[in-house]
Design a protein around this ligand. Structure first.
Ligand SMILES: [Zn+2]
Length: 120
């Protein structure tokens, strides 16, 4: 776990929750235009994989990453790059609460999987 102060952790937690709620709202709005307006989202894992809007897909991927980040934060394994184990960095996490990788690994990952990752 990267070396954050209590205050930094609280800030990051806030940023994660805020971003998650934003995404939830955006997805809800998108799905509201779809053929199934009854569909209500509890958490990202409830969203079927066959929702076919690219925008919603991207938001759902980010929500899943956020759920992971929030879980990491609770488990105190938070802030380390999942690829190289270096610290992701407080500023980057605050700006991109769903970040799982340091900036270098993220760039590599986006080159390898250009269509599967939100633009962080
Ligand atoms: Zn890395």
């Amino acid at each position: 776990m990267a070396d954050f102060t209590e205050e930094q952790l609280a800030q990051l937690k806030n940023a994660q929750q805020k971003r998650y709620l934003e995404l939830q709202e955006e997805v809800r709005r998108e799905l509201g235009h779809s053929s199934d307006p009854q569909y209500v989202i509890g958490s990202a894992s409830d969203i079927p994989d066959d929702v076919d809007t690219a925008l919603v897909d991207r938001q759902i991927i980010e929500m899943r990453e956020l759920e992971m980040s929030m879980k990491y934060l609770q488990e105190l394994e938070f802030g380390d790059c999942i690829d190289c184990d270096n610290e992701i960095g407080f500023d980057r996490l605050l700006a991109y609460p769903s970040a799982q990788r340091c900036i270098l690994c993220q760039e590599k990952y986006e080159k390898a999987y250009p269509h599967e990752t939100p633009s962080l």
